[in-house]
Design a protein around this ligand. Structure first.
Ligand SMILES: [Zn+2]
Ligand SMILES: [Zn+2]
Length: 83
């Protein structure tokens, strides 16, 4: 998912429009994820699957309605950790 490259996204954590940094392969207690990090507040959002260790992409979606389409939302939620 490269849609975050050079795209301003409104951070739901610090309320600023920023270009997120992409971080491949960061570990959580249950596996690993691709995440994006806000360069302003350093909040991490998992972008491959929902994970309790990171903020949810759905929080960004509330402020950036065109960030994901319906299928991408389903994919994002479908393999979330059970805990
Ligand atoms: Zn932020
Ligand atoms: Zn995880």
């Amino acid at each position: 998912m490269n849609k975050f490259d050079n795209a301003f996204v409104h951070c739901s954590s610090c309320n600023v429009s920023v270009i997120f940094d992409l971080i491949d392969d960061i570990g959580c207690d249950w596996g690993s994820h691709t995440v994006i990090q806000c360069p302003n507040c350093e909040e991490l959002f998992s972008i491959d699957h929902k994970c309790p260790a990171f903020s949810s992409l759905l929080e960004l979606l509330e402020l950036n309605a065109d960030l994901l389409n319906q299928q991408e939302i389903l994919d994002y939620l479908s393999t979330s950790h059970s805990c």
